[in-house]
Structure formats: C-alpha cells, structure tokens
Design a protein around this ligand. Structure first.
Ligand code: SF4
Ligand code: SF4
Length: 443
C-alpha cells in the first residue's frame, strides 16, 4: 500500500469514539430554522411568506448571483416567520422558520425524492448536470460550503485533469464521512460518475487516511470495476485541507494565492459526491446531511442524519442529553470548528459535527510570552511564520502581515494547538486576514 503525506501538520488525539456507530435518522423537531446564509457567496432571497404551506424539498429561497444556491424546506409544514435568528456564525441573520406538519411529505406524495430521473444521467450534457446540481442547492459538505456548481465551472483557460474525492476526515471526533463510506459507498460512486462526466477528467482518486482501513477496503471493493484509485494517506492533521490533500495525492503545489484549479485539480468531499447523486438521480435537494454529535459531555454520541434547520438543542436531546456540564460547544471539529454561544442555533448545510466539551476537555491555562521555540513554524502546513504574522496582526501592522503571506493561512489551528505559551495565533491571523481583504476591497 502506497502511503503519502504533506509537509508539516500534527497528530492530535483522535477521539473518534463514534466510528463504530451506524448512521441513525434524527427525529423531526418541533421547529426548523433555516438560515438564508448557508454557503460561501451571496445569501439566498426568500420566496415564501408567513402562512405559506411548503412541501419537503420545495424551494423557499432563491439564489442571488452565480456564487449562490437556492435553499429548500427540509420538511413539510407552514412558514411561521421570516426573520433574523441566531446563526452558527454568532449573530442573528435572516432565516425562514417552518412549523413541521409531521407528515414530512415531498410534493405530490413522492417519497424519497421529488423528480426521479428517467434516463441515464451520464447521457445528459455536462451543462445540464451542473444546473441540476445548483438547483438542488449542493454545496461542499466538508464544512467549507462553497457552491459545488461553481467548483464544477472552471474558467476556459483552466484545464482540469484530476478529481480528488476527500474522504480524509482528519478532524478529531468526527466520523460522519467515515460512516458514509462504510454504509453508502454506491451513493458516493454514483456521484463520482456524475462529477467525472461534468469535469471530463481522466484521473479520479479517493484520499482516505490510513486510520480508516475498513473504509479503504470498502471503497476499494466498490471501485473494483471502475477506473478510480483509492489512496491511503498518512494520519496527519490537516490532511483533509485542499492544498495539503492535492500535494499528498499528486505532488502538485498549489501556488500562493492560487486555487486547486490552477494545478488542474478539483477536490470534492465524499458527502458532496453523495449529495450530487441524490440531486441528479433522485431530484432530491440538499435538505439533510450526516453529522457526528459527540463529546465527553454527551450521554450517547451518535452519527445522525439531520434535517437542515434542526436546533443543536434537539440534536443533544436525540443523543440522550448531557451527562456533564458543558463548558464549550463547537460546531464542526475542535481544530477548525466554530464555538457556539447557545444550543438554540440551527444545524446548517456545513454542520459536519457538534462537539460538547466538559471542563476536563478544555484547556484553561492562560497565555504567556513567546519563548521562540519555533514549534508553530515546524507544524504549519502552509509553511508560514505564524509567530511573526501573529505579532504583526496584534500590532495592526496589516501590510507587514500581508507581506508574510497571511492570506495563505488555511486557519487549520496547528500553530495555536502546539504553542506551549498558549498564544492564540490562529485567532489573530484570522483577524488580520479579514483586515487585508477589507483593505483590498477598498483599494
Ligand atoms: S499559520 Fe495558519 S496554516 Fe499555519 S499552522 Fe497556523 S493556522 Fe495553520
Ligand atoms: S510556538 Fe508559541 S512560543 Fe513557540 S515560537 Fe511559536 S508563538 Fe512562540
């Protein structure tokens, strides 16, 4: 077995206690709060009003611009509000609130999807398939939520020759993609066939860390009749970051400030591939996803199939509630996830997991002075000088931080994780990145 890896990174404790937990359906909540901003790009525009009756899968908000996707009702019911609600990004943002009617009904009584395709999807032109992906609201399900149709529309001058499926799931605690590969490999492969048809690529690879030998075996078995490589990768965080994955699989280095398409590659998460299959073959929009609900404060961690808009509080109850007082709630993994201020926040399309930490799992030591140990430099997968950029960031020296390539930071958190002085490096770098981008927009 050929094992590859990228430079830098680290290996935090895995804590993947839900790896053996099969995916379970999550019950229907009393209320669904569906934000209009669930993807990178312009938020969607509501096309329903209070009092409207909606079917599951019905479009309730239309995209605004090319880098945007529609939003769909994740169950049937009545629209009870169109108003700002607390969003996972930490502030109130516009959302459509639905009171489910309990029937969970698709239009016209269709079950499991809306408009099943009656022809072989691989006979359809790529442009039609791309439009169908967009109309189904498919976005990157690894957490980035970049609209998938945009990634599938490289500009004329960019020749794509490699499609990489990301089955790495390198964040501690998360096992949703792992279970998807074990339980629904054919769904992923159906999506890969469609993605390959849209992009017209020669080479297709699935990258999986070698700590998931069962998933590697299942995917290799499923790919036996197809021209798809399943590549085992070293267990090293952040192996699942796009540029690091591309380097590990192809040896190609994405240039500073560049995109995967600059080196002829498109990367899609395995969950996104499955969502593409649902969209094209079953006409089923992205109204649910698999997420790992876990952490030491939780009674019974699980992998759940959740409707978009379900509150975190409902997800916690679905896992038996809390066994310990929660001191930190994170949406996503512990390295790149977003801290939540409340459980009354909805799960969105980018919710790969929910992590509930007790006091034993959260470091409380306070920040000290930098001891110039350079550990942050040696783990940085982007080959940056985190301590230097952070020092500039903290002094508002934006131009200097930019000169040290702050924008190449992928916010993986390796530097802050390894820093013995507990300096919040990634937080300050994230802030200065925002300042650099704001400055560029003004100039
Ligand atoms: S500087 Fe950015 S890319 Fe480098 S380790 Fe820190 S968070 Fe990761
Ligand atoms: S790891 Fe922390 S203490 Fe060491 S050089 Fe980097 S910022 Fe300084």
């Amino acid at each position: 077995m050929k094992i590859k890896r990228f430079p830098g990174g680290l290996h935090p404790p895995e804590h993947k206690s839900t790896a053996a937990r099969a995916i379970e359906p999550c019950s229907l909540p009393d209320e669904l709060v569906i934000p209009l901003a669930q993807h990178i790009g312009a938020p969607a525009e509501p096309c329903v009003v209070i009092g409207d009756t909606v079917a599951k899968g019905q479009v309730i908000a239309q995209p605004r611009g090319f880098v945007s996707v529609p939003i769909h009702a994740s169950s049937s019911g009545v629209v009870t509000a169109v108003e700002p609600r607390l969003h996972p990004m930490g502030r109130p943002l516009p959302a459509i609130v639905i009171k489910p009617d309990g029937r969970d009904a698709w239009p016209d009584g269709l079950e499991g999807g809306m408009n099943p395709l009656l022809v072989d999807p691989l006979t359809l032109p790529p442009s039609r398939l791309r439009d169908m992906v967009r109309n189904a609201g498919v976005v990157g399900l690894g957490g980035a939520t970049f609209p998938t149709h945009v990634k599938l529309s490289p500009p004329g001058g960019k020749k794509i020759n490699t499609l990489i499926l990301n089955g790495v799931e390198c964040e501690p605690y998360l096992t949703a993609d792992h279970r998807l590969m074990l339980e629904e490999p054919e769904r992923i492969l159906a999506g890969i066939d469609i993605l390959r048809r849209i992009l017209g690529v020669e080479r297709v690879c699935i990258g999986i860390e070698e700590n998931k030998p069962d998933a590697i075996a299942v995917m290799r078995d499923a790919c036996a009749q197809r021209d798809i490589e399943v590549i085992a990768l070293k267990v090293m965080y952040p192996q699942g970051a796009e540029k690091q994955l591309i380097f590990a699989v192809t040896g190609r280095q994405t240039p500073s400030g560049g995109l995967p398409m600059d080196v002829g590659v498109v990367v899609q998460n395995v969950g996104t591939a499955a969502a593409v299959a649902d969209a094209i073959i079953h006409g089923r929009p992205l109204v649910e996803r698999i997420a790992t609900i876990t952490g030491p404060a939780l009674v019974e961690p699980k992998n759940l199939r959740i409707r978009i808009g379900t509150s975190l509080r409902h997800l916690v109850a679905e896992c038996g509630g809390l066994r310990e007082e929660v001191v930190k709630v994170i949406m996503g993994g512990p390295m790149m996830g977003h801290t939540q201020l409340s459980l009354d926040v909805p799960a969105i399309r980018g919710t790969s997991g929910l992590l509930l930490l007790d006091k034993n799992a959260v470091a409380t030591r306070s920040e000290g002075p930098c001891i110039r140990c350079a550990r942050c430099v040696s783990v940085c997968p982007a080959r940056l000088l985190p301590t230097t950029i952070s020092a500039y960031a903290r002094r508002d020296m934006i131009a200097e931080a930019e000169r040290f390539n702050a924008l190449d930071c992928i916010e993986c958190g390796c530097c802050a994780y390894t820093c013995p002085a507990r300096i919040p490096l990634v937080q300050s770098i994230r802030q200065v990145k925002g300042a650099i981008l704001a400055k560029r927009r003004l100039s």
